[in-house]
Design a binder for this molecule. Sequence first.
Ligand SMILES: *[C@@H]1O[C@H](CO)[C@@H](O)[C@H](O)[C@H]1NC(C)=O
Ligand SMILES: *[C@@H]1O[C@H](CO)[C@@H](O)[C@H](O)[C@H]1NC(C)=O
Length: 361
Amino acid sequence: MKTACLSLLLITSCWALPFHQTGFLDFMMEDEPGSGTPPPPKEPELPEISGPKCPFRCQCQRRVIQCSDLGLKTIPDDIPEDSSLLDLQNNKITEIKEKDFKNLKGLQTLILVNNKITTIHPKALTPLIKLERLYLSKNFLKEMPANMPKSLHELRIHDNEITKIKKASFQGMSQVIVMELGSNPLKGAGVEAGAFSDLKRVSYIRIADTNITEIPKGLPSSLSELHLDGNKITKVTAESLKGLRNLAKLGLSYNEISTVENGSLTNVPHLRELHLDNNALTAVPPGLPEHKYIQVVYLHANKIAVVGTGDFCPPGYNTKKAMYSGISLFSNPVPYWEVQPITFRCVFDRSAIQLGNYRKK
Ligand SMILES: *[C@@H]1O[C@H](CO)[C@@H](O)[C@H](O)[C@H]1NC(C)=O
Ligand SMILES: *[C@@H]1O[C@H](CO)[C@@H](O)[C@H](O)[C@H]1NC(C)=O
């Protein structure tokens, strides 16, 4: 038995060596449990196989490990320890186990998009002390992974089955700049108050196409883009935008917003784009004439029945407020011929205005 094993090994290693068939022994050992393969020989007898290690069928180059589209069901266990990028997208991985990434201390980017992941062990991500980008979109996660690395700059976890974002979900993650959380079945408030408050540097948050009913509370003042399109938000409160002095783009299209509270726009003094199309507004949001930087205001497909001459521009004719580059008002019940031209007296480029008409079907 033992001699048979040894001679088999000698033969295989004889042809394996000249070709530098890396990973061959690993492959053999995988079959070990229960398959009747004899146990591997002890250290000194093991023929040395040269060349860098690389998981079977993956491609490894300059610390970039490409293992996408391979039908993998588990994380390969022989990933080089010095890897900086690990691409495992479009596989069939169902679970991330505690030790799956245990040696990957230098990993900066981990791509797990489009797998079948339902669970991530609470300690699985802890070893990844240098991780900056974690892409988990298109999986079956029911909750936010626990203990995500504090080094993260970017988290994409779009299109999973997460129903709630807890206050502790992003604790201590002060380096995050981009967060994409859309297309998750978040309901009601969906996001616990203060869930984002540790993200002191975050500039982009997207929570589109969930079913949240309000703007998340306690957003960080560093935020420059907030995309909340395709939700069930019913109103914009001044409180929800308080302190967002860097906010430049606010996306709220395709919600159920009927009111924008007075004072909301004052709280976002550097806003440039406001997308409120496809909502249930009955009036133009207050505060536009006083606002200094607003350029784009999309209000089409609402229920606005009246547009006043003071809705967009400051009083008088000598005000230099030439910032508007896009105003849309079509598909509202207001007849366009009833909107007086002086309404847009501060808009120098008339092609920026899309009034259109409203036709009842
Ligand atoms: C939002 O709710 C609707 C039903 O009103 C449902 O069809 C849809 O799947 C929900 N969206 C998400 C992302 O859960
Ligand atoms: C909004 O608030 C401003 C300042 O507090 C006030 O002058 C204005 O009349 C208010 N507008 C409405 C519609 O309540």
